[in-house]
Write a protein that binds this ligand. Structure first.
Ligand SMILES: Cc1cc2nc3c(=O)[nH]c(=O)nc-3n(C[C@H](O)[C@H](O)[C@H](O)COP(=O)(O)OP(=O)(O)OC[C@H]3O[C@@H](n4cnc5c(N)ncnc54)[C@H](O)[C@@H]3O)c2cc1C
Ligand code: SF4
Length: 539
């Protein structure tokens, strides 16, 4: 009998080892190149697992030979590697999965309780603190959790077997400890038109052919976080679909190196600094985010990796559940906020004014804003409820509020950080000048702050503030905060839908003594039902 998770992990690793050494070489399968014989456990294992894949990636008009070694791509790989290393170091990033019976990385875990959702948020804040950037794995985690309930409910209505296929996929990725990317956003063309109404049908990803082995999809996915750093990518629809859009109602998993996939790497502000000598001008030399445009040209998905095919009426359910998880996943930004608040406080200290009242007040305001984001996100998770499939879903109203705060507060926190940092955050000379025999000593003389502070340290922290508010990681801290998981208006629509104005009017009328104008229904439903529920029931 196996006593512990680690015993079970050892046994599974042994079976996988035997499979890869003795059986797999004899099989003619179309498995991804991630099938290396070494089990991925640490960040370093993960980095090795990405090597020698046949990905087609364009960057600066050239094909990238080995993304792992590309100085502009590597920081984003390091950020994902930290999600593995955290799981090795701390319990926070692991969970016990009842699907495989294994201890798995939390990013691959299907939430079995509200506490699991809360722990996702805690892990996200910790990783934000450790990396100061987007660590790229939450889209996949939220896609897995939303597909658990959606595939279950499609099967319930259509007697399909998507849920079973999906569970097999989850077992595989949990056992092999893989990175999953979530591809929802299509290029969308004319935003006033649906998929079937576009001049070019490829502007939304769709099924172009099928046979007895599977389906073939074409189109593109835009702004794909960590796609090149993923082992598998789950394709999902991005808008509510009608019967005319049946071909676009498709969900499936593909290896990141599937035949027919082309990536065009997204530029980030100041990205080429990572190709220069030195580490100061990067601001955060080790970690960065990643987005790319992903183009799909008749990409094959075998039937066992297809989780929706034509059930257009379930597209909105999947999108709403995914965005519900994902909008509270944006507590990741509070980890980045912690770093930026720390950087602002450090600059104030280096400048000799750590105890000035307006500086302390600004740091207090930054903290207040940051914790307001966290409060809504973690409360959304605490209010999580069980779905029919058994997975837990966090509260939708509070998830919307969390993400809506994220579209604003990091901008204000950044403004205050730049206020405290002073103008040098944008006028600082380069590291090359700092190392120059003539310019260097001049900089050391004139960029001095409080007595005893190393000028290089002052430069480093100013560059970090630049990195997070104007440079590479401003992509993750600011614009991703605005648009990732949906632009602000998308949250306002959801808040409006759920704000239960009739119920609130009745509360007011009752206290005002109005008895002949009570609206129906007077009972709490939707959001308030979840707020006031006392039992862990399926809602
Ligand atoms: C850094 C970053 C990382 C991301 N990572 C991922 C990822 O990993 N996976 C993924 O699937 N997606 C990802 N996204 C995509 C993200 O979900 C989209 O950016 C978001 O949904 C907005 O879509 P858009 O960028 O096409 O903007 P647009 O749709 O062009 O929106 C621009 C503006 O137009 C408004 N608008 C658009 N359409 C309409 C309409 N029909 N009616 C009224 N107003 C409209 C919007 O409200 C917004 O104000 C990422 C985005 C960013 C910026
Ligand atoms: S933006 Fe945040 S929630 Fe989204 S993948 Fe990056 S770290 Fe995770």
């Amino acid at each position: 009998m196996l006593e512990s998770d680690s015993d079970r992990n050892l046994l599974v690793n042994f079976y996988l080892y035997c499979f890869r050494i003795f059986i797999q070489p004899r099989m003619n399968t179309n498995m991804a190149n991630v099938e290396k014989f070494k089990i991925i456990r640490t960040g370093e294992d993960y980095i090795q697992s990405l090597r020698e894949r046949d990905l087609k990636i364009y960057l600066f008009g050239e094909l990238v030979k080995e993304p792992v070694d590309h100085p502009m791509i590597r920081p984003s790989i390091n950020a994902v590697a930290e999600t593995y290393d955290l799981a090795v170091r701390e319990e926070l990033a692991s969970a016990h999965s009842s699907i495989t019976g294994l201890k798995v990385n939390r990013f691959l875990h299907i939430a079995e309780s509200a506490q699991d959702l809360v722990l996702q948020n805690k892990m996200q804040r910790k990783l934000g603190q450790n990396t100061g950037t987007c660590f790229q794995r939450c889209v996949g985690m939220d896609a897995l959790n939303s597909l658990h309930s959606t595939t279950f409910e499609i099967d319930e209505k259509h007697k399909t077997n998507y849920h079973k296929r999906f569970l097999e996929f989850v077992k595989m990725v949990q056992k092999e400890n893989l990175v999953i990317g979530g591809a929802m956003t299509d290029p969308k063309g004319d935003r006033s038109k649906g998929p079937a109404e576009q001049d070019d049908p490829d502007l939304f990803t769709r099924v172009v052919a099928k046979d007895d082995k599977g389906i073939y999809v074409s189109g593109a996915k835009a702004h794909q976080t960590g796609c090149i750093n993923s082992h598998w990518i789950i394709l999902m629809p991005t808008v509510r679909l009608t019967e005319n859009d049946k071909d676009w109602a498709v969900v499936g998993a593909i290896p990141a190196d599937a035949k027919g996939v082309t990536y065009i790497y997204g530029r980030q502000s100041c990205d080429t600094r990572s190709m220069e000598e030195g580490t100061i001008d990067d601001g955060n030399a080790k970690y960065g985010g990643q987005e790319a445009l992903m183009i799909l040209d008749k990409v094959f998905i075998p039937w066992d990796k297809v989780f929706m095919h034509g059930e257009y009426e379930f597209a909105s359910m999947l999108i709403e559940r995914f965005t519900c998880y994902h909008r509270r996943s944006y507590v990741c930004k509070t980890g980045l906020g912690d770093v930026l608040i720390g950087a602002a406080a450090t600059v104030a200290d280096y400048n000799g004014i750590p105890n000035v009242s307006h500086i302390k007040d600004k740091l207090t305001e930054m903290t207040h804003l940051n914790e307001t984001i966290f409060a809504a996100g973690i409360a959304s998770s605490y209010l999580g409820h069980k779905m029919k499939s058994g997975v837990y879903l966090n509260d939708d109203m509070l998830a919307q509020v969390c993400k809506h705060n994220v579209t604003r507060f990091p901008y204000e926190i950044s403004r205050l950080a730049q206020d405290i940092a002073g103008g040098l955050v944008v006028t600082l000379p380069s590291e090359k000048d700092f190392r120059h025999p003539v310019a260097g000593p001049l900089l050391k003389k004139y960029l001095v702050g409080r007595k005893g502070v190393d000028v290089e340290n002052r430069m480093r922290v100013l560059r970090l503030i630049e990195n997070m508010t104007l440079g590479r990681n401003a992509v993750g801290y600011l614009t991703e905060s605005m648009h990732g998981a949906g632009s602000p208006q998308a949250q306002r629509i959801q808040i409006q839908r759920q704000m239960q104005i009739g119920y609130k009017k009745n509360l007011a009328k009752k206290l005002a003594g109005i008895t002949n104008d009570i609206e129906k229904p007077n009972e709490p439903s939707g959001y308030f039902n979840r707020v006031f529920k006392t039992k862990d029931s399926v809602l």
